[in-house]
Design a protein around this ligand. Structure first.
Ligand SMILES: NC(=O)CC(=O)O
Length: 419
């Protein structure tokens, strides 16, 4: 796999150059994207030539960008025929910040329509008969296939953490609004969260720091001593496959074995209620976000999105306002959970990637934390008996993204360590 930290080390130590790394990524995409279908289009040569001569801290790092982020040098179609050929004048903020740091925005990755539910043709590199998940399908698949070391996604329900889990890569859904969503097509403006995919949690932390200038942890946790880990028991755990539950418990044992204190945290009623109000918040806001497309091009919308908007259009403002109140109470309950533990661990999905491409899976394990805005990191490395990946979520207090990434780095290292 193309690992961001290794590429940057190779360039720093003069064992490689940005131009060589960009050329190698183009070759990897040419070699493997025909069967995976992660990319929609690649950047023009002049963009990549410009990036090849960059001296920024991310020089040589090629990035796949979900096609709901505006790019000034490539079409941006949001997975919809309504936007075919649409060409923004300017980059989305996060894309511009990555370019300023020297990254090479190498291509646009597939997205479900408007980042909702109607699937893409992209396949799971771990097993091509299975979905890579969604809505950030191409970004997760591109990193899992080792085509690029970094990819941008977004999450409104579970669209970063779930595909990261299905594809066996590290995924980062930051605290709400930590990354800008300016220039990213809006689906639900109190839920939409920009996120990242990479091979490891260490790569995620480094990329996030170099793009935003913020601290995302030092990776200095040698073991779990001093950590208080909460094994989260939700009201919907009955939906979780036994193998996924076992994977989370394996992760808990690893952390406990390295010195962490492990407690079980039962879901408070306020968070069960918050999870249940996600659909009303999302549906009501999506009808506003896509009002023009919904009213003027209803026949061009996919069946799943059409159903979400048809239902959303029946939600009264008072119902939406009640859902927002429930969400706010949920955020307070989430904050209280972190008085007793440093991080929670929980399943990143209901199980391994479903067979076939008809569905991108279920966001049931993710949408609560999208609504509350807590940072979540998917830790890859564990697998089902079929070999399909099973991801473990590390969830921290709002704003403690660095801690979530540090614990994720420790856990990923322990999972990868030989017995
Ligand atoms: N955008 C989203 O998060 C929807 C999903 O979870 O598939």
């Amino acid at each position: 796999a193309a690992k961001l930290t290794d590429i940057l080390s190779a360039i720093t130590e003069n064992r490689s150059t940005p131009a060589a790394e960009i050329g190698a990524a183009r070759q990897r995409i040419a070699d493997s994207d025909a069967e995976v279908g992660a990319f929609l289009r690649l950047a023009p040569d002049e963009s990549l030539d410009e990036a090849a001569s960059s001296e920024g801290p991310l020089a040589g790092i090629t990035v796949g960008v979900k096609d709901i982020y505006d790019t000034r040098d490539m079409a941006t179609e949001h997975g919809s025929p309504i936007y075919r050929g649409h060409r923004p004048v300017a980059d989305a903020s996060l894309v511009s910040m990555a370019r300023l740091a020297g990254a090479a925005i190498i291509g646009k990755t597939t997205t479900t329509e408007f980042a909702s539910l109607d699937p893409t043709p992209t396949r799971n590199p771990r097993n091509l008969d299975h979905t890579p998940g969604g809505s950030s399908s191409g970004s997760a698949a591109a990193v899992a296939a080792g085509m690029v070391p970094l990819a941008f996604g977004s999450q409104t329900g579970g669209s970063v953490i779930r595909p990261a889990s299905f594809c066996g890569v590290a995924g980062f859904k930051p605290s709400f609004r930590l990354f800008p969503t300016i220039g990213m097509k809006t689906f639900s403006y109190t839920l939409d969260t920009a996120g990242l995919f990479a091979a490891t949690a260490q790569d995620l932390a480094l990329a996030a720091r170099l793009i935003t200038g913020r601290d995302f942890g030092t990776g200095s946790l040698a073991d779990g001593s001093g950590l208080r880990i909460g094994l989260y028991r939700s009201a919907v755990d009955g939906e979780v496959a036994a193998e996924m539950q076992a994977a989370v418990e394996e992760a808990a044992r690893l952390l406990e074995g390295s010195g962490a204190t492990l407690v079980t945290v039962e879901e408070p009623a306020a968070l069960t209620a918050a999870r249940s109000c996600h659909a009303a918040v999302q549906g009501f806001e999506a009808v506003m976000a896509l009002s023009d497309e919904f009213r003027r091009h209803r026949e061009k919308l996919g069946p799943d999105l059409g159903a979400v908007l048809d239902h959303g259009a029946t939600i009264e403002p008072a119902e939406y306002d009640e859902a927002r109140r429930t969400a706010r109470i949920g955020r307070k309950a989430a904050s209280a959970l972190f008085e007793t533990v440093d991080v929670l661990i929980a399943p990143s999905a209901l199980g391994p990637a479903p067979l076939g491409l008809a569905s991108t899976g279920d966001a049931l394990m993710n949408k609560l934390w999208t609504l509350t805005g807590n940072p979540v990191v998917n830790v890859p490395g564990l697998a089902a008996s079929t070999g399909l990946p099973l991801g473990v979520s590390v969830i921290a207090r709002f704003g403690r993204d660095a801690l979530a990434l540090d614990v994720a780095r420790l856990l990923q290292a322990m999972i990868a360590a030989p017995e």
